[in-house]
Ligand binder design. Structure first.
Ligand code: HEM
Length: 403
């Protein structure tokens, strides 16, 4: 086994350009041990076929994985991390049968047909944000557009009051960052407390939103416990926008850096649904699937991952695997994108995919329709990616807009 010091580390350079290291590791083999930014050793999966196969392999478990990670860090650093317990009982942290039960309770709310009913409201919010932007000629597209749009949509859908949305996004940002453990602990505790209070309000006075429905939900007589309810709300809210903001931001950047693709899309807006899938593949919003651990030894290519090891499946790396997508580093909005990993794979496949797709289509479609010319306002080398191994998105995207 390689010494820990010799393992590649997913450090600041990786966070700014994950593709380079991912390519190098994939050439060495589809799964390799690496060090996370905090020094923890995990197996990183970079091959497409292996990613798909591992995401459906029952020997990889999500059950209590965040508790295990916390324990591991405590051992490694002799430090205390306090990811709030009440946020941990969510869908991405459990295996069947609990996972099946939790997922059933929300499946109906997120079918393509149910979500299509939100179109007029999403268009309204989008158009309002675009109107606010048209008064200035240089704007940070993330702050003014890609971030507020999905936050407003998911908060409205869940029933989070408008005045609390800013505070909410601050907590969320801290929780998916590489901030010190104490800060992550404080943010998750504050969010858990806030959600518990809100759920109590909805129990006493239900309103027409998903949180009220979940408080009173039952599936075959089964109800959510209070920690499950809080955790469910948390994962829907975080899942609902941390990723969509990156789809919009990364998609627009991709178009600005590939003028021929932008021109093709402007000439034929019918290409938009496939373009969205290609954005999800080309600059995958969720770099890694949530962590899993092996409950038995698992062979991947020529290596065997022993039992009890953490496995991170890089969806971003799998989506650039040339054995599945020819010329993977080329953005091509007309290419077949079947089996891309942008929404994951297997039982944890994104429950909100229809909503993410719809928001992406409306956001990018309306942006292009409103502005005849959009250009980067800084040199591309000045753009910075968020310091997160999970989320792959820009910190800011300054652009100049022309009506
Ligand atoms: C473009 C937007 C989105 C992207 C790229 C995305 C990506 C993903 C991915 C990759 C997973 C699988 C993670 C894993 O296997 O570890 C996932 C799961 C999930 N997503 Fe999304 N997502 C998006 C939008 C949404 C929205 C709008 C919602 C909520 C309304 C949502 C809620 C969830 C939930 C609850 C799960 C866990 C499902 C489960 O464990 O069964 N996502 N998402």
């Amino acid at each position: 086994m390689q010494d820990v010091e010799e393992l590649p580390r997913l450090g600041p350079e990786y966070l700014q350009n994950p593709h380079e290291l991912a390519d190098r590791l994939r050439q060495e083999g589809p799964a390799r041990p690496v060090l996370m930014p905090d020094g923890m050793r995990v197996w990183l999966v970079t091959g497409h076929a292996e990613a798909r196969s591992l995401l459906t392999d029952p020997r990889l478990s999500s059950d209590g994985v965040y508790d295990r990670l916390e324990h591991q860090r405590l051992l490694a650093e002799g430090k205390k991390i306090e990811f709030s317990r009440s946020l941990a009982a969510h869908m991405l942290n459990v295996d069947p049968p609990d996972h099946t039960r939790l997922r059933k309770l929300v499946n109906k709310a997120f079918t393509t047909r149910t979500i299509a009913r939100l179109r007029p409201r999403i268009e309204e919010i989008t158009d309002q944000l675009l109107s606010d932007m048209s008064t200035v000629d240089t704007v940070d597209l993330i702050k003014a557009f890609a971030l507020p749009l999905p936050i407003m949509v998911i908060c409205e859908l869940m029933g989070i009051p408008a005045e609390d949305q800013e505070q909410f996004s601050g907590w969320s940002n801290a929780m998916v960052s590489t901030a010190p453990p104490e800060q992550i602990g404080a943010a998750s505790g504050a969010m858990a407390g806030y959600l518990a209070g809100l759920a109590e309000q909805k129990r006493a006075t239900p309103t027409d939103d998903l949180l009220s429905a979940l408080v009173h939900a039952s599936e075959g007589g089964d109800q959510l416990s209070v920690p499950e309810l809080i955790a469910m709300t948390f994962i829907l809210l975080i899942g609902g926008y941390e990723t969509t903001v990156n789809l919009i931001g990364n998609g627009v950047l991709g178009l600005l850096q590939h003028p021929s693709q932008l021109a093709a899309l402007r000439a034929d807006p019918g290409l938009l649904p496939n373009a969205i899938e290609e954005f999800l593949r080309y600059e995958t919003p969720n770099n890694m699937a949530s962590p899993r651990y092996t409950t038995a030894p698992v062979r991947v290519g020529e290596v065997e991952i022993p039992e009890g090891e953490f496995v991170m499946v890089s969806l971003l790396a799998g989506n650039r695997d040339a054995t599945r997508f020819p010329e993977p580093d080329k953005l091509d909005i007309t290419r077949p994108t079947g089996a891309h990993l942008g929404f994951g794979h297997g039982i944890h496949y994104c429950v909100g995919a229809p909503l993410g797709r719809l928001e992406g289509e409306i956001a990018i479609g309306h942006l292009l329709a409103r502005f005849s010319r959009i250009e980067l306002a800084v040199d591309a080398s000045e753009l910075r990616w968020r310091k997160s191994t999970q989320m792959h998105g820009l910190e800011a995207l300054p652009v100049r807009l022309h009506p």
